[in-house]
Write a protein that binds this ligand. Structure first.
Ligand code: PGA
Length: 530
């Protein structure tokens, strides 16, 4: 199930309308399954506007509504027939004969249901089904447990539904006690399904739908067996906390985000074996879930991730089904992605580039890592991608790299390379300040900058060359991805303007270069937003 979260009900309505509109544009004679209730009203109004502006044509579209009260007269303002004509059909160019709603005036509801099912089949089946969700998890009038009939049928409404729907009637006693409804199989036979959920009264059921298993007490969970379901919810319906985890070689970092705010952070040591890492993760997630109402778990890990399975050179993971193990053991909806991708997502959601649509994150550490964000989403492929440390910037006599190539960027601009270069030049210049800084055969990044501050020309030379190579790589990334900003992270960026000012002079097109204000926190924060 795909999940789209929207800030507001208006946004939800527009997104849902866009999906329906695309369906009609792609297939003008689409068969739509439509829902009633308060949730799709905004979507219908957006569709009506598109039609009025001549941007959408319903002339060949056929519709089948999910359900209708029984018995009810079409003239009754609470009938779904009346509702659909008022909210949609009277405002669009749909042909009357193409509209189908179970007839609440029939004297033979059983036959009406059977005929309805036949009509759906005869139309070629539903291309796109729009659904709402009841507070008790019903879809259509498929109520929990007892009445999970497969095809269109007459259903008894539950007390919960009668009470929820009594807001439309003068008294609860006027709410019909039965309805004709498409069955679960009718719904699941649709090629595509969008499920809309809005408002805090749907929060509990949405959380159970996302995190729970498939069970008849929440009929909507049956949708989990369908290959193409998109849940679109507004913030009120989907406000549970998000847990983000960043697995590093030394520490595992954890962040809990609730309503866009970080409400909890911690870290613990990374276990030495696969078993230890997994058991510590499961234990931590369970204990955090007991304190916070966690809706989703996102995990960032080094390595290559395919279908939730991780293989990493830096961790004891080899084809480890991390996603399915965590989801199964914790019962929470879990997503796994590469750690650098998560950090990039963290930057664009929480960092000083949160105003950007497209960024490239470059982490200058032991190697060079990075993530690419396009339109506020991680840029993915089916293969390993975003290994920006491994594009070649020195074609001739390039330094050998562990990846097998020569001249990779990280051989010139990682922190490791910077220090190695500085040490080599210091040893060649034993009269330099930088040479004097070598202690126990060791030199740190900070030592190099200290030497520069003391006027050391050798240290300055190393740094100038480092910045030139850094600019070379960044300019190439800018050429390829055209980001709004490039974000730099890692130890060397602690130098702030000392790094930024000379670098910016070498960057093309005045592209924005930022130093990450999140640094090591970006991974867990981004993982939470997966
Ligand atoms: P609502 O109803 O959109 O009015 O919340 C949804 C449903 O009961 O299916």
């Amino acid at each position: 199930m795909r999940i789209i979260t929207c800030d507001t009900y208006e946004e939800l309505s527009k997104k849902a309308a866009k999906i329906v509109a695309s369906q009609i544009t792609l297939k003008p004679d689409s068969v739509l399954g439509l829902a009633t209730g308060s949730t799709p009203v905004g979507m219908y109004s957006a569709l009506a506007k598109l039609c009025k502006r001549g941007e959408l044509d319903f002339s060949e579209v056929k519709t089948f509504n999910l359900d209708e009260y029984y018995p009810i007269s079409k003239a009754n303002k609470q009938s779904y027939d009346y509702f659909m004509r008022k909210n949609l059909f009277s405002k669009i160019n749909i042909k009357n004969e193409n509209v189908h709603i179970p007839n609440g005036e029939t004297t033979d509801p059983k036959k009406e249901c059977e005929d309805y099912e036949k009509q759906i089949k005869a139309s070629g089946g539903i291309d796109l089904q729009v659904l709402g969700i009841g507070q008790n998890g019903h879809i259509g009038f498929n109520e929990p447990d007892a009445s999970l009939n497969s095809y269109t049928h007459l259903a008894n409404l539950s007390e919960n539904t009668i009470s929820a729907n009594s807001r439309f009637f003068d008294t609860p006693s006027e709410v019909p006690k039965q309805a004709m409804t498409m069955g679960i199989s009718t719904i699941l036979n649709a090629k595509k399904i969008i499920l809309l959920a809005s408002g805090a009264n749907k929060r509990r059921v949405v959380s159970e739908l996302i995190n729970g298993g498939i069970n008849t007490s929440i009929p909507a969970t049956m949708l989990k067996t369908h290959p193409d379901v998109t849940l679109i919810c507004d913030k009120d319906a989907y406000i549970g906390a998000k847990l983000g985890i960043d697995i590093g070689g030394t520490n595992i970092k954890v962040a809990v985000i609730d309503s866009d705010k970080v409400v909890y952070k911690c870290h613990f040591k990374t276990g030495a074996t696969e078993e230890k890492i997994l058991s510590s993760l499961i234990e931590k997630i369970k204990s955090i879930n007991a304190s916070f109402n966690i809706t989703t778990v996102g995990i960032g890990t080094p390595g290559i991730i395919k279908n939730g399975k991780v293989t990493s050179a830096n961790l004891p993971f080899s084809d480890t089904p991390l996603q399915s193990i965590i989801a199964k053991e914790t019962g929470l909806c879990t997503t796994v992605d590469n750690d650098a991708n998560c950090a990039a997502l963290g930057e664009v959601v929480f960092g000083n580039t949160k105003d950007c649509e497209n960024i490239v994150l470059v982490t200058l550490g032991t190697g060079i890592g990075g993530g690419i964000i396009m339109h506020r989403q991680i840029l993915h492929s089916n293969n390993n991608m975003g290994e920006i440390g491994h594009f070649v910037i020195q074609a001739e006599n390039g330094r050998p790299c562990k990846c097998g190539q020569h001249g990779c960027w990280e051989q010139y601009c990682s922190m490791t390379a910077f220090i190695k270069d500085a040490k080599q030049l210091a040893l060649e210049n034993p009269d330099s300040i930088l040479f004097g800084m070598i202690k126990n055969d060791k030199l740190s990044g900070k030592d190099i900058f200290k030497a520069i501050d003391c006027g050391c020309e050798v240290a300055q030379k190393v740094f100038d060359r480092y910045v030139r190579y850094l600019a070379l790589g960044i300019n190439s990334l800018v050429n390829i991805f055209g980001p709004d900003a490039v974000v730099l992270a890692g130890g060397v960026t602690e130098q702030g303007d000392k790094l930024l000012n000379p670098l910016k002079r070498l960057i093309k097109n005045d592209i924005r270069i930022e130093i990450s204000d999140l640094q090591n926190d970006a991974g867990a924060l981004g993982a939470a937003m997966l």
